[in-house]
Design a protein around this ligand. Sequence first.
Ligand code: NAD
Ligand code: TYD
Length: 355
Amino acid sequence: MTRHVLITGGCGFIGSNFVRYVRAQRPAWRITNIDKLTEAGNLQNLADVPEDERYRFVMGDICDAPLVGRLIHDCTDIVHLAAETHVDRSIMDARPFIHSNVLGTQTILDAALRTFEARSSGRLVFASTDEVYGSLPLDRPDLKFTEDSPLRPNNPYSASKAAADMMVRAYHETFGLDCVVTRCCNNFGPNQFPEKVIPLFVTNLLEGKHVPLYGDGKNVRDWIHVEDYCSALLTMLERGQSGATYNVGANNERSNLELTRELLRVLGQGPDMIRHVADRLGHDRRYAIDATKLETELSWQATRSAWPEALERTVRWYQDNESWWRAVKSGVYKDYYRRQYGLFDEAEMDSPSAR
Ligand code: NAD
Ligand code: TYD
């Protein structure tokens, strides 16, 4: 049977990369993409993907139950990526995070349950995050998150994702809905909205601006290239065990200071471009993913994430796609902050915590 996958949040960073990935890897499949086009959602991310019998875009909110019900009725599976995703925004206003991440997920789950139960087939893959595990100490490099680590989210974003993650589990346990939960580390790659650290720093440096490094810069993130996460999502959709949770990672831990120095090296700039700014509230110290379960049970391997090559490729993408990020940074993005957070003058550094 030819699959017809509903991808939620397909105009965002991971979603747009996943739409392209599925079209390349599974050319016979059909895709419907529902996206609300928040600031992070951008139709330009899929400008090269024509709407035809293989791909359809629907602008809409995943909390719109009748709409979601109609779309799922036409689909065989769901890859649920839509969410509010930026930790700093969640600290300033948690409400949209509860709306999209918790209520949105519950709306998708209810519609999936109705349709897939009646049909006795249909799988939901949910993009949770490693941030649901909370934070690891810097002085215990031996520790990593496994799927059995307790959930201890520390900020409103990760708390909303943990709530959604647990709702997916509950629909599997209570109703037997065929679900797979994925907890991935920090992604990088093309088309990432430049409020996240890598595209923000790269584009700032390309504009001759400083980069705002939070706190002491020692916080550690575990990095994976978005194409590796896309291959993991497809693997879990096709072969994941129903009801299972899989960590996704590429064994690529770096402190923010190491990351920043690497970006400065690639772009031929010096440490004078770093501005140490106030720390993020509740800033998680370290994330580190143990992806052994996915690697051994489903024979998945990260193949595109190794530094420095993967990072250099990503920097090159932003260098080659200046019109994309200039439009994003100059228009909607700043207007959003003006509207949402009040005064926003033409600050040298385009980051909410840098003001
Ligand atoms: P993103 O912010 O770039 O994209 C999210 C997309 O969801 C946007 O296109 C937005 O318009 C859409 N959206 C938001 N609310 C919506 C709603 N109510 N209805 C319909 N569409 C809505 O995020 P991303 O980085 O691509 O992340 C995608 C998913 O992966 C998220 O669920 C995120 O929690 C998860 N995740 C991301 C990372 C990462 O490093 N980026 C890591 C682990 C997990
Ligand atoms: P971010 O890209 O927001 O992802 P997440 O918070 O989901 O990990 O931030 C990655 C790291 O970079 C995090 O430790 C915070 C730090 N950071 C800065 O130092 N400066 C910035 O301007 C931003 C946006 C993030």
